[in-house]
Ligand binder design. Structure first.
Ligand code: GLN
Length: 195
């Protein structure tokens, strides 16, 4: 039996959305770009891409998006990368800003400093298939996790890929590497959450 094609939206208000949608489509999802709050109702899952979390917040508030998105992330599978991870976190510092609070972590924005704006690393991961390439761009650092968080990869001592039930988040940009494992994992999470 062919597995169902989940309808996965990629929030396309700002940031790195196209590449996510392409990757998800390659893996068999019915991927679409989300620009209006009304589009969320038809989706099985959502990706919140990287970009600038402060700009995201401005767009979300202006478009009347915040409330609908808040409900979505507390009930359906979501994958947040970088700025998306910041938006999902319970607590944001450097400086403090509001967030959806669906993922029980604290993050510090732009935690690696100007000199270290962009870095590509390869590190061990709990995902099968050997080390994972990770592209970091002005990335946050996860500074606290609750007991319900599963850590799937780390940069030094800090978690960089985490899962809490049907929520997945990375502080790096998996869509900028050729390795499809992180998106594949998200697709598996989405499929198993489908009725
Ligand atoms: N520095 C950005 C922020 O704080 C995140 C960067 C990214 O998404 N690549 O929102």
């Amino acid at each position: 039996m062919t597995p169902p094609s989940p309808a996965i939206g990629v929030l396309a208000l700002q940031g790195a959305f196209e590449v996510h949608a392409r990757r998800l489509a390659e893996l068999g999802a019915d991927a679409s770009l989300v620009r209006k709050p009304g589009q969320l109702a038809a989706l099985d899952a959502l990706v919140i891409p990287g970009g600038e979390s402060t700009t995201f917040l401005k767009h979300l508030e202006r478009a009347g998006f915040y409330g609908v998105l808040n409900e979505f992330v507390h009930s359906k599978p979501v994958f947040g990368t970088c700025a998306g991870c910041i938006l999902l976190a319970r607590e944001v510092t450097n400086p403090h800003q509001s967030s959806l609070g669906a993922l029980d972590i604290a993050v510090e924005r732009n935690a690696y400093g100007r000199q270290n704006d962009s870095t590509i690393l390869s590190a061990e991961t709990a995902l099968p298939g050997g080390p994972l390439e990770m592209v970091f761009i002005r990335s946050p650092r996860i500074t606290r996790i609750s007991d319900s968080i599963q850590v799937l990869a780390k940069r030094g001592d800090s978690p960089v890929l985490v899962r809490q039930g049907q929520i997945l988040a990375s502080t790096f940009h998996p869509e900028l590497s050729h390795d499809p494992r992180v998106h594949q994992l998200f697709l598996n999470i989405v499929r198993s959450a489908m009725p």
